[in-house]
Design a protein around this ligand. Structure first.
Ligand code: ZN
Length: 134
């Protein structure tokens, strides 16, 4: 079963902490131990795991991605959002997380982020939780 969670982003580039939504989905599944896959079915958005204690970390990541992938360059993609596609590929469209005791296993400072690179848009996150073999 695939769980679908909607995210409405508010800015062109935005890192949204979705740890709570993913954790709520794990809890609702009733699965105590296994693997939780989180994917975005989009070509200009991504998923990452990084520090959610200090919001300046996410700000630094977005700023530096902007420096690596400039807004204007010799892009061929006519839609005008080539940088968003490139950033989405650099960050990646999925994460695999561990579940134990009915909860996500994350480091103390880690959170799961939905990364918007071409917002604002209504987006969908796909979550599949696979239990351990009995
Ligand atoms: Zn495009």
């Amino acid at each position: 079963m695939i769980h679908r969670v909607g995210v409405s982003t508010k800015a062109r580039v935005e890192f949204r902490d979705i740890t709570g939504e993913v954790q709520a989905t794990v809890k609702a599944s009733g699965i105590e131990s296994g693997i939780c896959h989180v994917l975005v079915p989009h070509t200009t958005a991504a998923i990452t795991v990084n520090e959610n204690a200090d919001p300046s970390v996410a700000a630094d990541i977005t700023t530096q991605l902007e420096a690596i992938v400039p807004k204007h360059s010799d892009y061929r993609h006519m839609e005008g959002n080539a940088p968003a596609h490139i950033k989405a590929s650099l960050v990646g469209n999925s994460q695999t997380l561990l579940v134990e005791g009915g909860k996500l296993v994350l480091g103390t400072w880690q959170g799961v982020f939905f990364c918007e690179f071409d917002g604002p848009r209504n987006r969908t996150i796909l979550i599949k939780i696979v239990p351990d073999e009995p």
